[in-house]
Design a protein around this ligand. Structure first.
Ligand code: NI
Length: 207
């Protein structure tokens, strides 16, 4: 375990968490006290997933899908205040990139697109991403801009409804997408995927 990951685990308070072999329902929504699972499946063959987006990164620079053309992209939609699924997904992605050959890792761009743009400012993303793989790019924007990206990847999410005390979680699907250098969808994982399995898939697929 890298110091980076140990720090992330400590911060997130899940150092002792064992992720049991839960049935991997690809669609997972979470938020507040509720957890909802349904049996939806992302079909790999011919699935039209992905599209164009225009969002701000953690340095406040505008980025579009064209900036990542020619690279494999490991993409996750989540938010930095998430207390359950997102930290697991982010760690799985980071650990997978730590475990593959550096030549493979160098061809894979990890991306986080927030589903909570009100709180996930570029500055907040930057602080959060310091806990994970240093090559992570975090993206935020207006609700409309996030909505455009979410729709392209068929992300199911509920725009946040803050509680009276201002706190809230955001229900969202927790799929990790592996996109090819031409922007095509190649494979999906989720927040319960084992980082070794993701690493193995990257080693098989990335050329
Ligand atoms: Ni989450």
């Amino acid at each position: 375990m890298t110091p980076q990951l140990r720090r992330a685990l400590a911060i997130l308070g899940i150092g002792g968490l064992v992720v049991a072999g839960l049935a991997a329902g690809a669609w997972y929504l979470h938020g507040g006290n509720e957890e909802i699972r349904s049996g939806g499946v992302v079909s790999a063959g011919g699935a039209e997933l992905g599209g164009s987006f225009s969002l701000l990164d953690q340095d406040g620079q505008r980025r579009t899908e064209k900036d990542f053309a020619g690279q494999y992209v490991l993409l996750y939609f989540g938010f930095t205040y998430c207390v359950d699924a997102c930290p697991l997904a982010m760690l799985a992605m980071s650990q997978a990139l730590d475990r593959v050959d550096p030549a493979v890792a160098a061809k894979v761009q990890p991306l986080l697109i927030t589903v909570d743009p009100a709180r996930d400012t570029p500055e907040q993303l930057k602080t959060y991403l310091a806990n994970f793989n240093p090559r992570f790019v975090g993206l935020t924007g207006t609700l409309e801009e996030i909505g455009t990206a979410a729709k392209a990847w068929r992300v199911v999410w509920e725009p946040p409804k803050p509680a009276a005390d201002g706190s809230y979680q955001v229900n969202h699907t927790t799929i990790i997408y592996l996109m090819g250098p031409d922007g095509s969808f190649l494979r999906h994982f989720d927040h319960l995927s084992n980082s070794d399995d993701i690493a193995r898939a990257l080693t098989e697929i990335v050329r």
